[in-house]
Design a protein around this ligand. Sequence first.
Ligand SMILES: Cc1cc2nc3c(=O)[nH]c(=O)nc-3n(C[C@H](O)[C@H](O)[C@H](O)COP(=O)(O)OP(=O)(O)OC[C@H]3O[C@@H](n4cnc5c(N)ncnc54)[C@H](O)[C@@H]3O)c2cc1C
Length: 380
Amino acid sequence: MDHIIGFDPIQGRFECEAGTRMADILTVSAVRGWTLPVIPACPHVTVGGAIANDIHDDGHLQHGNLGRHLLGLELLRSNGQRLWLEPGLRNHQRLLTATIGGLGLTGLITRVRLQLAPSSGTAAIIETHRFRNLNELWPMLGDHITRWPHLCVSLDCLARRPRLGQGILYLAQPAPECFPATESWLPRRCTDYPLSAAALHRGARHSRRRWLYRIRGGLSRKVSRYRIPLEHWLFSPPRTAAFAMPQSEQGFTWVPYHARLPSAAAQETVAEILQRVANSGQQVMAGTLEVFGSSPPSGILSFAREGLGFSFRIRSEGDSSQRLLQDLDEIVLAVGGNLHAGQDRRMSRTAFRRAYPRWEEFATEVDPGFSSEFWRRMQP
Ligand SMILES: Cc1cc2nc3c(=O)[nH]c(=O)nc-3n(C[C@H](O)[C@H](O)[C@H](O)COP(=O)(O)OP(=O)(O)OC[C@H]3O[C@@H](n4cnc5c(N)ncnc54)[C@H](O)[C@@H]3O)c2cc1C
């Protein structure tokens, strides 16, 4: 399931079996001047899993979700039927939109054809800007959003007013080669990067000490600029934070919370959520914001769509953390936002139906031979 079937280096078309890792696609394509238009923060993600989650990255403003770059896929249904689904073909369009971001519920993706994007080099220029609160962040985002193709934000979820939402804005852009082309896109150590991977895990143990600021090197300055190998940026903690799960410890587990807020209500809602979280006294870490562009997603259950993505990890402490998350669900849904079905461990059926109003269309395309804990929870 991980064979490369074909690569056209003139047109940038790539076809492979669904078990091929994203890193393997990059390894083959980058040396020929092509790259994946959407690169997850984990190189081991398979292309089938990436389509089943309609993944996004910190360049969403430019490229949208991965599903937009899909040229076709083969789906194996539980009755043994193999279907070729392609955007623009008359047949099976609804099945295709249910399969992109469909969490593997419509069948097994066995083969994928993708349109790659021209690559701009093997280096990345990174700029980091510290901000003291959300009021400083919003104009900063406005200034940089059109000039930098990649951006993400690390937030301190424990700070209260007047520091509510303090954090670091990361801006990135690919740069012409100044490092030798990498032989494998599986990451080496990322400790060369100013924000060491260890900071994330230290944060898990000492989240109250604001892991965000326990980092070495240049981030003690207000603005810093670096030129680093591209893969050090791609698989670095600021990009990983929205998805990586800290290890459970001392009997506690960390629960991900990942929501999307439409632009019109995003700024006030982020402030309200942070206020609630900071006042709750719960153990919370790895707050992030992502900016999503307006290109419509290709999947019925795709998470990333116009607005702001917001995520953090909360230490599960029984009823009190559950109550807080339910309150946050209500705030998110009331402004027309949605929760990340792919990262879900607790979304209610009602919340799912409110967040994904086309759920009935999706349900008709689910393969009766496939199910999951998530999908069983969504049934009456
Ligand atoms: C460290 C880390 C960083 C990440 N970074 C990002 C990121 O930057 N952006 C982003 O959007 N996501 C990100 N993710 C989430 C990740 O992209 C998704 O969870 C992805 O689905 C994982 O792919 P996988 O191959 O590991 O699939 P699995 O974890 O094995 O499966 C995940 C889901 O995909 C379905 N699936 C997998 N393969 C197939 C197939 N062949 N056919 C049909 N369904 C299938 C499964 O049924 C399941 O529902 C990250 C996750 C981690 C752990």
